[in-house]
Design a binder for this molecule. Structure first.
Ligand code: TYM
Length: 332
C-alpha cells in the first residue's frame, strides 16, 4: 500500500470548511487505500506562541474532530506531532540542508511575517516549512493530501529529499502532493477571491465545522455574490457563486453542470438555501461526535497514544538511517 501523510494545525477552536473539503475529507477517503498517517501539528502551532491552556485545548479539539470526521484509529495512525520526538530532530538536520534564500522565498512566511514589524517575526515561522518537510520525510510518504496553499511547501520537501539523497545516499522517498483541483482553494464568503483562512478571514467569511446551524445558515445566505441572477460557474466574473457551486458540488457529489441546470432560472435565494442545508447536514454529525469524544478526555488521549506508538516506530527507523548516513556516531 502506498503511504500518505498529512497534518493540520491546532490554531483555532474549530476546523473550517476549507480544511474539511480541501484536506480532511481526502484523508478519510485515503485511509481505505493507503497506509495513512495524520497528525495534529502542535510544534507548528507554537510558531505563533499560543498560551499553554489554549494549545492544550485546541490540540484535543483538533484530534477529536479528525476522529469525528471519520478517521478510524484502526486504519489510520492519528497522532500529535510533539509526541514523536524525531520531528524536531530531523527538522534540525534539514535546516542544515536549506539555503537562507530558499527558505526566504516561501510565500506563506512572507504573508505571515508581514504582520510583524521589520525583523520581529519569529525564527520558527521562518523554519516552519522545513519542519513540515521533516514531518513528511520521516514517514517516507508517497503522497501528501493538502490544499493549494501547501504547494510551495511540498516543493521544498521534494527538493530537500532529493538534496539529502544526493549528498548522503538514498534515505528518503520523494513525496508528491495530492491535491483535488475542485476543492483546492475554498474561498472566503465575504471576499470570494481570497482563500478561507483561520488567520485572515473575518468570522463572517468562515464556516466552522463546530459551528451551530443558525450562524452557518446566516453566513451562507449573506455570502457575497455578484449582482446577476444566473447560477453558473465563472471564476472571473462570479467568484462568489462559483465558490458556493464548488462547495455544494463537493458535499453532495453532484457535478457542477448538473447543479447549473438544476438552478437555472431560480435566482440565488433557493440555491444559497440548499448550500446552507448541505453544509449544516455535513457538519452536524461531526460536531456531535466531536463533543462526545471531548467528553471522555482519557479515552481520546489513549487513542492518541496508540497513534503515536505506530508513528514512532516508523519515524525511529527513518531517523536511524539519517543519523548513520549523515555521519553521527552510533548512540551509546
Ligand atoms: P493548515 O492547518 O493551515 O490547514 C490544514 C489543511 O487544510 C488545507 N486548507 C484549505 N484547503 C482548501 N481551501 C482552503 N481555504 C483551505 N485552507 C486550508 C491546507 O492546505 C491543509 O492541507 N502547514 C500545514 C500543516 C502541516 C502539514 C505537514 C501538512 C504541517 N506538517 C505535513 C502536510 C504535511 C498547515 O498549516 O495546514
Amino acid at each position: 500500500r502506498p503511504r500518505v501523510l498529512s497534518g493540520i494545525q491546532p490554531t483555532a477552536d474549530s476546523f473550517h470548511l476549507g480544511n474539511y473539503l480541501g484536506a480532511v475529507r481526502q484523508w478519510v477517503a485515503l485511509q481505505e487505500t493507503h497506509d495513512a498517517f495524520y497528525m495534529v501539528v502542535d510544534l507548528h502551532a507554537i510558531t505563533v506562541n499560543p498560551s499553554p491552556a489554549e494549545l492544550r485545548r485546541r490540540t484535543r479539539v483538533a484530534a477529536a474532530q479528525l476522529f469525528a470526521a471519520g478517521l478510524d484509529p484502526e486504519r489510520s495512525s492519528v497522532f500529535v506531532q510533539s509526541h514523536v520526538r524525531e520531528h524536531a530532530e530531523l527538522a534540525w538536520v534539514l535546516i542544515c540542508q536549506t539555503g537562507m534564500g530558499e527558505a526566504g522565498r516561501m510565500t506563506q512566511f512572507k504573508d505571515k511575517s508581514s504582520k510583524y514589524g521589520e525583523g520581529s517575526a519569529g525564527v520558527g515561522l521562518f523554519t516552519y516549512p522545513i519542519l513540515q518537510a521533516a514531518d513528511i520525510l520521516l514517514y517516507q510518504a508517497d503522497q501528501v493530501p493538502v490544499g493549494a496553499d501547501q504547494k510551495q511547501h511540498l516543493e521544498l520537501s521534494r527538493d530537500l529529499a532529493q538534496r539529502f539523497n544526493n549528498r548522503y545516499g538514498r534515505t528518503f522517498t520523494v513525496p508528491s502532493p495530492y491535491i483535488l483541483k475542485e476543492v483546492e482553494k475554498i474561498t472566503d464568503l465575504q471576499d470570494p477571491t481570497a482563500k478561507m483562512s483561520k488567520s485572515s478571514s473575518s468570522p463572517q467569511g468562515i464556516l466552522d465545522v463546530l459551528e451551530q446551524p443558525g450562524p452557518l445558515r446566516k453566513k451562507v445566505m449573506r455570502a457575497v455574490t455578484d449582482t446577476g441572477t444566473d447560477v453558473v460557474a465563472d471564476d472571473e466574473n462570479k467568484p462568489g457563486i462559483t465558490n458556493l457551486l464548488r462547495i455544494l458540488s463537493a458535499i453532495t457529489a453532484t457535478p457542477i453542470p448538473e447543479l447549473e441546470a438544476r438552478y437555472a432560472g431560480q435566482g440565488y435565494g433557493t440555491f444559497k438555501k440548499d448550500v446552507a442545508e448541505a453544509v449544516v447536514d455535513a457538519f452536524a454529525p461531526i460536531r456531535e461526535r466531536t463533543e462526545k469524544l471531548l467528553g471522555d478526555e482519557a479515552e481520546l488521549d489513549r487513542m492518541l497514544a496508540a497513534g503515536a506508538a505506530k508513528a514512532r516506530a516508523v519515524a525511529a527507523e527513518t531517523m536511524a538511517h539519517v543519523r548513520e548516513n549523515i555521519g553521527f556516531l552510533p548512540t551509546p
